[in-house]
Write a protein that binds this ligand. Sequence first.
Ligand code: FRU
Length: 526
Amino acid sequence: MPSKKILLSTSGLVALLLSLIVIFFVNSPNDPPKQLAEGTGENVDYDQTFRPQFHYTPAENWMNDPNGMVYYEGEYHLFYQYNPKGDQFGNMSWGHAVSEDLVHWEELDVAMTPDEHGMIFSGSIIADEENKSGLFPDEEGGLVAFYTSAGDVQDQRIAYSTDKGRTWTKYEGNPVVPNPGIKDFRDPKVIWHEESEKYIMLLAAGNKIMFYGSRNLIDWDYLSEFGEVGAQGGVWETPELFELPVDGKEDDTRWVLQVDMNPGSIAGGSGGQYFLGDFNGTDFIRQEKTDDINWTDFGKDFYAAQAFNGKEDRLIWMAWMSNWQYAGDVPTEPWRGAMSIPREVTLVTDEKGEVQLAQQPAEELEALRGDVLYEAENKTISGPIQLEDFSSSTYEIVAEFDVGTAGEFGFRVRRSEDLKEETIVGYDTKNDLIFTDRMNSGKTSFHEGFPGVYRGPSPSKDGTVTLRIFVDRSSVELFANGDQQVMTNRIFPFQEADGLEVYSKNGDVTLKSMKIYEMNSIWNEE
Ligand code: FRU
């Protein structure tokens, strides 16, 4: 087993102290927003303390929601809310990155910037491969982007591209959906609805979702609205709609309407919920046994999830890994904002016979697995076990436990040598809950809403609990019990906090199997 432990010499200690001082001053939360140079940061390296190594981040500047996600001619396109001029929200534009394998991303030039009508807010892209819009010179078609123009009012506009999303022309007849007198009227998600043979646009409008239909992507008719249900703690944003088979059975499908809201989410601040039902081309009809809220993710940092259009075989989505509560204060520079790992979304029947969403890390991520850092089988855990010689800040844990007598068990990740820093990711057997405790996870004081313990119900199955955990330099994503419950949280530990402990509390637990893989960097390949 390779060990990367750093032995601290006296000069090492001095260097460490100096770097701590530098980190402290550079990242003081009271600093005015930095205005960084425009561009795609070719000279920025990707090795900063908090720079995610296998999650997408722009080289520099501010990023929030994923936008315009589409798989087209062999490329995954990830556009995103981006401020090309600084690391705070403002000048909202569409940044752009592409990937051929869903894990390695190349940042391209900014796709669209604000104009006299306003900023370019969130939206989506359709590959108009039959030129139904008539916007393209020939039958080959191209990409059509739908975005909200956010100026004095919010309305929906389109732009089109004939060069695989590299350059965009705004449509002369904009807006395609004018503002009907609603203040928050944004985030067009457009999908093709096979059954009614038309395109459907979903818009977030205050605390409801409005549906529009079109045959040519340009002329839109109002269809219906859905709302005044579910979590209502904040304004609804960035809707998403798709149909999936239940337990893989193609003849039993449900439509999923995912809606984000800010604030009012389960963990505080912004987050997502979903509704299950039918969509008949006009209305979304909720079909659920209870009125309980279905939370998309029980952590604090998974927002505005969007799925790739143009990917027929699987439903893959990604979300912004932050929370509006403190997104502007997170201690990273010269960039702010990160995307979650790509996740495959499915529908499964749970223990109670109810259909629910599952999110599985996209299988492409396995390509990033490096050395197996640790392996165990049928090991009884009684109390804390610090994994000897373990030192990593980027890894994946795949573990299966037999819930024995323990009241609680799990992992203490990103642990510092003095044990003052750690993030606890575990399972509470009394209450059947997964949790993440980031109270002492490193830098937490930049915002009072940041430190906390987050929990979500996650029933064990026949006494077995599975935990799959992705740890990166500034995040922890937990997929529990067949990926049916998910929890995403940012953390900001010092680089040297790279230890790992597996533990049980108030009794024993059996670690039936565990493998820990080093995750290779998508930026700095060895
Ligand atoms: C969601 C959101 C959207 C809006 C965008 C602006 O995070 O508030 O509703 O279009 O961000 O950047």
